[in-house]
Each structure stands twice: as C-alpha cells, then as structure tokens.
Write a protein that binds this ligand. Sequence first.
Ligand SMILES: [Zn+2]
Length: 489
Amino acid sequence: MNKNYVFSLLGLFILAFGNAQNYKKPLVSAIKEADLRTDMYQLAADQFWGREAGTLDELKVSMWLADKAKEAGMKPAGDNGTFFQFFDMYRHQVIPQSTLKIGDNSLKLWKDFLVAEPVNASLDAEIVYAGNTEPEDLAKLNIQGKILAINASDKNIPKDMTLFVRRYPGFVRNKYYNKASELGAKAIIFITDDISEQSWVEVLPQMTRGSYGVEGLREKITNNIPVLWIKRENAGWVKNNPKASLSLITETYQYPSVNIIGKIEGTDPVLKNEYVLLSGHQDHDGIRHPVKNDTIYNGADDNASTCVAMLAMARAYKKQPGKRSILFVFHGAEERGLLGSRWHAAHPVVPKENIVAVLNGDMIGRNENNEAALLGGNSPHKNSEELVKMAEDANNESTKFKYLKDWDSPSHAEYFYFRSDHLPYAKIGIPAIFFTSVLHDQYHTPQDESENINYKKLFKMTEWMYRTSWKVANETVRPKVISNFSLER
Ligand SMILES: [Zn+2]
C-alpha cells in the first residue's frame, strides 16, 4: 500500500465515524492571565463606584468597556453602528411625602419605618397587635379591614443560605403575607426580632431604591397590601391597638440602562451569519451600607470576572476567528432583575434563530481551583444535550474541573440556575448554559474586590468557556434544544 492510499483510507475512516475535528485547535495561548488581572484591577476599581444600573457610573463603565472591546478587536454590534444597546428600566420608588401616623405619633419614613415594597396606599384603620402569632393562628384574630401588627419570627424559615440576614425580611413577609391578605388585612406592620434588627441596615438601601422593571416585567406596581417594618424598641406604638393612618405614594419613572455589544466575525461564508453569544453582566450594586469600613460594592467576582474573561476571549478570537461569529454581550442591569438580558432576548441585535447558543458566565473567579459548576448542565435545567456535551468535552480536554452538581439541582436552596443572564435566552428556546465558580462569603459585599480574585481559577474558567465556545463556533452541526424543555420553578 502506498502512503496516499493509507491516507485516503484514514480519511474514509474519519468521515465514517465523524469524530475528527475538521477545524483548528483553540488558541488558548492567546489568553493571558496578566490581561485578566490588568483589566480586573481597572474594571472593579473604585473609579466606577460599584457600576450601578441606571447611574452615571454605569454609563461611565460602559464607555470604558466599549473602548476595551474595540481594543480587543471587536466590531460594534449594538444600535446604529455603536457598541451600545440602550433600553429603559422602569423604576418604582416610594416618595418622601409618604406618611404614617400611629395614634399621636407621626413616624419618619426610612427612619422610624421601612416600606418593603413600593405600592400606593391611602388608609385609616385600627391596628390589631398580634404579638407572637404564627400564620396558622391568624384566623383566630379579627383582622378584616384592619392593620396587622406582628412580631417577626424565624420559626420554620430555613437559614442555611448566603446573605440570609439581608433576605430574612423577605422570608418573614412571605411567611405571613398570603394568610394576612386572605383574612382581609389592609396592611402589615412587622416588629423586628433579633435577626431583622441586623437586617435593617442591609435592606434599607434596597427598599429606598425601590423596585425595577423592564418591558414585560414589573412595568407597573402591584396591588399588594403595604408591608411595613418598625423596630422593636418602638413596639409600644402599636401595642394598644391604636388607629393609624397611612399614605404611601409611589412614583414610577424610566431610567436608561445599556447593554454593550460587540462581535468578531466568523471565517465561513455561510456559518458567519450564525452567532455564539458570550454573555456576562457589567453592572453591580453601587454604593451601599458599609461593611468593614468600605461602602463601594465593586463586584470583582460579580461580574467583572466574566467581563474581563470576555475581553480575553475576544483577543483570542481576533487572532484566530472561528467559522461562526462570536457575539459578546455585556448585559446591563442584571442585578436589578436580569433586565438587560431580558431586553436583548426580546430585541436581539441579530435574528434570534441565528443565535446558536448562549454561554453565560457569572462569578467565575473564586473558590477552589479544581471545582466549578455548569448550570443548565443537568436535567431539568439542561436545555441542549449537544451544548452540554461540548462543555463537558472542553472540560475533559484540559481544565478538568470537578462539577459542583448540587448547584444545578432544582432543590438547591439558592435557586442559582434562575439568577443569571442565560435565563431569558433559555426561556425563548436558545441552547444556554451558565458557567460559575459559585457563591462565597464576600458575595454582594464591598469585599468582593480585585485583590480577592483567584486569578489561576479565573484563567481556568476563561479557558473552559473559550474551549466550549470554540467547539460551538466550529462544529458543523449546531446544538439542538431538547424538545420538551420547560422551565418551572
Ligand atoms: Zn452576577
């Protein structure tokens, strides 16, 4: 047999089994840990004041990102030939003219009482002080048409989760709300317990900010009954069932937020019209209550980590483009409820059917070097067999992370699968996965800083996302969506 004959046999063999790659290897050497570090120290620096959506700081960091995207070799893919896709956020906020009078006491908003959810209310009613009553016993009281005042209690509330203290007032609210409103209460006043005493300072910045929405989500305020909080040192205000009059005025207005979008075109004349969407979010939590003498929530891991990884991947794709094009979307307003990704999923800059997959990263720079999670990697969150296999093959090639599978379980206390920007895309039938190195003690605190990033880990996570995206960009057949996939939480 001559050499050519051997090669053509080999060729037939390869064709028959279809396993061989007919494309180049990924250019991992173009991704540099030093670049990740340099970009991180700029993006998560105090200069951007925590990058809060709907603020000048977010606009400022968006300009920085657009410059960086250009430098990394991307072409603009936002609106009108720019890197920007602006959208309107709805914002609902209780205004300072709101009043609460209990008996003879006029209470000061945000000092004497908190308003958990921005709603409108105008009512005069008697208070029923319920003391330590659990929800199942509320029916024994007559609260129809009255204001229920009740001591917060942590009974039956699971405690094993991150940011428990910050989330606790919400859990207390959920524990009582349905029962109280079913029994005809006009409002609820919670009186703090040990835990919510600590929560006060943490929820104050959230409650004063109000709530946010976007087209199709929280465009209007709810008709829920008002939920208020007072401190236990002031419990005397409500104890003798006095009359109260409450006037809550909520204002709704619109603010801009922005997605930064760039692309690197593919080399294949046909496949270049298809896009692999690499996703992260640029915003974080702005300036809030101090923790360890710091008030700037710089969000280094959350989610400057993925933004700098996307810039690094762009440099690799610039040097060696794939067959398909890469669409880089740095979403805005993720922390306000996945607003930028909801907007882009509804108004994509390329036809929706040309987005072959979404590879989202959120918090990819912390914890053990050899562990990570692929959310959407397991049933029932998995929406594409082929996409998950590509991510797993990419992991087996080099990074070899051990999977933190429980984070993808529907019974996981954090519901983490539902908390990042891949979700709106999965909901509209695009194969989508979520790479993460998961939560840690400094999550959503001012200590989520550049110097606390594990750069070896960030490099490995970037490599994993890049190797996965390279397969999606080059494989002949695009990943399919599992036909009966549906997202119930
Ligand atoms: Zn995040």
